[in-house]
Every structure is written in C-alpha cells, then in structure tokens.
Design a protein around this ligand. Structure first.
Ligand SMILES: C[S@@+](CC[C@H](N)C(=O)[O-])C[C@H]1O[C@@H](n2cnc3c(N)ncnc32)[C@H](O)[C@@H]1O
Length: 435
C-alpha cells in the first residue's frame, strides 16, 4: 500500500470506530481480515496512525472543527507530525487509493493552526475529566493526563511462579523483559514492537498471564492468605481471581482455602474457567442476580471479599484511548450509584474481623474516593485498614512495599496511575470489619 492509501484506510477505520462499541484492537483486526492485500507493515502503520488520532482525539477534532476520520488524520499529520500543507497536497491526490484532494475549507483549517485551544485539549481528554484530574492531582494534573492518554502502554505479565527463569526464557526468545518494581510476580515488555504473548508456550501453559502491574497489586493488597474463604465478588474476566489464588498458595505451591468467584454475567464467569485450567487452579463459581442474590449462604462467612467494581475503565485509557471521548458525566454518576450498591451488598458477606477490599480501574474521584467516603459514612462497622499494613506480603517486593506505603501516605486508600506508578490507573481502599 502507498503511504496515502494507508492514510485513507486509517480514516475509514476511525469512522467505523465512531459508530461501534468494539475495541479499536478488534476493529483493526477485522479490517486486516477483510483487506488481505494489506501486509503486516501496512497494518502496523495504519494501526499507529489510528491510535495516534485516538490519543489526541479531542485536540484534533477541536482544531479541525470535525471529528470525521479524514479530519482527525489531517489534523494529526499537520499538528502532530509537522507535515506541511504542500506535503499533504502531494499525498491527497485523489488518484488510485489516495484520499480525495483537500477542500478549500480543509486547507484553510490547516493553515489557521490551532489557535487558542483550551489547555485540557492538550491531554486529549473530555473537559469534565480534566476538571476531575485537577481536583485530584492539583498542579500535576496535565502530567497525569498526558501519561494517561499519550504513551503506548507496556505489556505487563504476571508469572504463576518464579519470575526470574521466565524473564531469562523471554530474553532468549529475543524479548526485552524487565522486572516490575512493585509486584514480585510481574514482568514488563516494551510496547514496541508489540509482543505476541498469546503465542508463547508459557502463556498456553498458564505460566504467564497478561495483567497490568496495577491490577496485580489490587489483588495482592486485598489480603488473601492460605486457608481463607475468599469471595471475588465482581470476578468477571478473572484477572484478580488468579492473583488471589496465587496469594492463597502455601509454600509448597498448593492452593489452600476456598475461593468463590461471583459475577452477574455468566459469560464473563465462564471466561475465567479456561484461565484457571491453564494455570491448574480451581475456584467455585456463582452467578448473581443484579440485586446481589446468589450468595445468601455466605453472609457473614468470608475472611475476605474483594469488590473489583464495574467502573468507567478510565485508568486504562492508555490501552483503550477510543473509549475516553465516549464517557459522560451521567455515566460516571450512574457508576457511582452502582458501585455504592454493590459495595454495600458485598460487605454483608464479610465475617466479623474479616477483610473487605474495594478496587476500580478508574482515575475519577466519583468512582474512587467518593464511593469510599459514602461506604465509610454508612458502614461504621468497617474500620479502615492502612495500605502500609497490607504491603508486606510475599507477592510485593520489599522496595515496592516501601514505595506503595509512601504513596498511600498513612491512608487506607491507594491511587495508582500511569503518571505516579507507571501502571494503569487503579484505586484500592481496604477495610476490616470490627470483631
Ligand atoms: C472491573 S470488572 C471485573 C474485572 C475482574 N475482576 C478482573 O480482574 O478481570 C467488573 C465486573 O463487575 C460485574 N458486575 C456488574 N454489575 C454487577 C453487580 N451488580 N454485581 C456483581 N458484579 C457486577 C461485571 O459483569 C464485571 O465483570
């Protein structure tokens, strides 16, 4: 494909993305399957352009006064890549598979430059999100916003066992794995070139799983130990389930205790089964009604309940930038209500003296501190459990434990983010039910 044809394809894909809830990764795969003439270099260049536009979508659509795929691409070429209008003219010839020539309006837009763009646009985020980030991070908000949206995220792995031999094995295969600083079971692969982890024998054998270090930490901080009865209340997908089971292993590597994975979505619960099977692990499964029915026999019984609540997913926007501009304030308010209801229902399962952990992969205070505040006000029988008391576990490195305790600053709440911990954005709040 010519460079111009690649740009035309990227614009088409951006238009498709506007009208679908599918992930960008999936839409790009579909496009590749339907356009067999595109080679791997073409697909790569097209994907790079699509993601570049998605990461700066708000800024580009503001500058171009349009959010069509074509406008976003033109804006990216000129504003982000520094391609001049004359050079764009040479690409946009309308001949063969090249995009149609520039219109007068487009030429004027490009020549006008960006003008007085509001600062929040630089981060590519919706305005209300930037306001929230300012409230949480103060002067550092723009740094946080850029880290959240602009760089491609590395691929983190969680190793079911000793990570050093796996690191060496990956190195022998030509990868450049690093040890994650906080999780003692984590390895980090650079985003570029994208590693095909699912094709690795270690993945097929369940020795490695793809899981961001922040997500690993959320499971490890919850406080699971061998012998416990643990409920992974919003388990769908199973990332935390595996981390919890890892923490429930004895020194001999045997899981001890009982883990119940529950969720309202049967298909999501079913997705956990092959992951557990690959890793040779077991759990019980319960499908819940939306009112939380389905665990009545476990009220007041659990040593630990983890609530990895449904959320905006704003903490993972560096991986899924296409979802950022679709989030609305109304949706965030709905999520806050849902999280509060779920946390209340799940808390009934904790036995006196037992533990409760609340987690989201969101960076928005509405879903994090505000949900935690509300829970604490309504549930005085739960006392805060400081993060510093939860970090000294075998799954967290000792330097990592120090750093996380420092980050939590005496609190029972921890905020992880691409800007502060080089992880996805995660929030964890820990509680213990009074005896
Ligand atoms: C953030 S995801 C869980 C991710 C999972 N823990 C992991 O680590 O892979 C939130 C889950 O909550 C589930 N959920 C939504 N509403 C729920 C409810 N009312 N009660 C329990 N789970 C619910 C969703 O189906 C979804 O699987």
């Amino acid at each position: 494909m010519t460079p111009a044809a690649r740009l035309a394809a990227a614009a088409d894909i951006l238009d498709i993305l506007k009208g679908t809830r599918k992930a960008a990764e999936e839409v790009l795969k579909d496009w590749g399957r339907n356009h067999r003439y595109a080679g791997s270099k073409d697909r790569r260049a097209i994907a790079d352009k699509v993601y570049q536009c998605l990461r700066s979508r708000e800024r580009l659509s503001f500058a171009m006064d349009s959010d069509s795929g074509r406008s976003l691409i033109l804006g990216a070429l000129h504003l982000l890549d520094g391609v001049s209008v004359d050079e764009i003219d040479a690409l946009y010839t309308g001949e063969g598979y090249a995009p149609p020539k520039l219109s007068l309006a487009e030429r004027n837009r490009l020549s006008a430059g960006e003008g007085e763009a509001p600062q929040w646009l630089e981060a590519g985020l919706p305005a209300f999100v930037s306001e929230r980030l300012k409230a949480v991070y103060g002067d550092d908000w723009l740094k946080e916003a850029e880290a959240l949206m602009l760089p491609r995220a590395p691929i983190d792995l969680r190793v079911n066992g000793d990570r050093e031999p796996i690191r060496q094995g990956l190195e022998m295969l030509g990868y450049k794995p690093e040890l994650t600083p906080y999780s003692a079971f984590g390895l980090r692969l650079p985003a570029d070139p994208p590693p095909n982890v699912r094709a690795l024998p270690a993945f097929r054998q369940g020795i490695i799983e793809i899981q961001d270090e922040g997500s690993q930490l959320a499971a490890f901080l919850a406080g699971a130990k061998p012998g416990m009865t643990v409920i992974d209340y919003c388990a769908g997908g199973g990332g935390k389930t595996l981390g919890l089971l890892q923490a429930m292993q004895t020194l001999e590597g045997k899981t001890s205790g009982r883990l119940i994975a529950s969720d309202v979505e049967k298909t999501r619960l079913n997705n956990i089964k092959p992951r557990l099977a690959r890793a040779g692990l077991e759990a019980e499964f319960r499908q819940l009604t939306t009112d939380g029915d389905g665990l009545e026999d476990l009220i007041g019984v659990a040593d630990l309940v983890l609530v990895d609540a449904p959320c905006s997913g704003s903490g993972v926007w560096r991986r899924r930038p296409e979802t950022a501009h679709k989030l609305t304030e109304e949706e965030v308010a709905r999520l806050h209500e849902l999280q509060s209801a779920i946390l209340h229902r799940a808390s009934r399962l904790v036995k006196p003296g037992g533990l409760l952990a609340y987690a989201t992969c969101s960076i928005l205070p509405d879903e994090n501190d505000m949900t935690a505040d509300r829970f604490e006000a309504d549930h005085p029988q739960f006392k805060p459990r400081p993060i510093a008391d939860a970090v000294r576990v075998p799954q967290i490195t000792s330097d990592g434990a120090d750093a996380l305790a420092k980050l939590a600053n005496g609190s029972h709440r921890l905020r992880l983010s691409p800007g502060t911990s080089n992880t996805d954005g995660f929030f964890v709040a820990l509680y213990q039910r009074k005896a």
